[in-house]
Design a protein around this ligand. Structure first.
Ligand code: ZN
Length: 203
């Protein structure tokens, strides 16, 4: 399986990193070795001094598809969860400066902790979902899917133009404003609506 990620999908987050507002979504991929499950701890890597949290809603793909039209995209996922797109911001800044690919900064081991998944039918409106991240009990990031530049169906349509989606693939749908550093000893807790779905420690 693979993890597909959307960058720059929330306007306020684009502004905080001084990025350009894209005319199409920024896409990148993490390998399956990036996944942490079951609230496993994240081990702070030696190659970075500035690991950032990005809390994101995650879609789990439930059938194979490519060139999917937005109006059919809802048939390709039944469950959603929450995850953290860990980013070595110091490395990413260097790579961006040189115009190089982001893999070292985005796709490293443990860079994608994920929660369990919930049937999407449990939510009234997928285009109006609240989610947030707390660190040591303090609110750090808060988003609502109504603030996305591309909604879930548009994301699936765009990704599937380039990458065939397969059962079990995961899509990270972008982070709202408020990204920042984590440090060893922090506890991260991520919520979808009012339900805590993910909680783990930085070691
Ligand atoms: Zn992200």
């Amino acid at each position: 399986m693979k993890i597909l990620c959307i960058g720059r999908n929330y306007a306020e987050h684009i502004a905080e990193l001084n990025n350009e507002r894209p005319s199409e979504p920024v896409l990148f991929i993490k390998p399956d070795t990036a996944i942490l499950r079951d609230n496993e701890p994240f081990y702070y890597p030696e190659f970075s001094q500035d690991i950032h949290h990005e809390v994101e809603i995650v879609l789990k793909i439930n059938k194979m598809g490519k060139n999917i039209e937005p109006k059919f995209a809802h048939k390709y996922y039944e469950e959603i969860g929450i995850g953290i797109d860990f980013t070595a911001r110091d490395l990413q800044s260097k790579l961006k400066e040189k115009g190089l690919p982001w893999e070292k900064a985005k796709a490293f081991n443990g860079s994608a902790p994920i929660s369990g998944f919930i049937p999407k039918g449990e939510f009234n409106d997928l285009n109006n979902l609240n989610f947030h991240l707390e660190i040591n009990g303090e609110l750090r990031q808060k988003g609502n899917t109504s603030m996305m530049l591309w909604n879930f169906d548009e994301i699936i349509a765009e990704i599937s133009k380039y990458f065939t989606l397969k059962t079990g693939d995961l899509i990270f749908t972008g982070t709202p404003a408020g990204v920042g550093s984590v440090k060893i000893g922090d506890t991260l807790s991520a919520y979808l609506e009012d339900e805590k779905l993910l909680e783990f420690e930085i070691k």
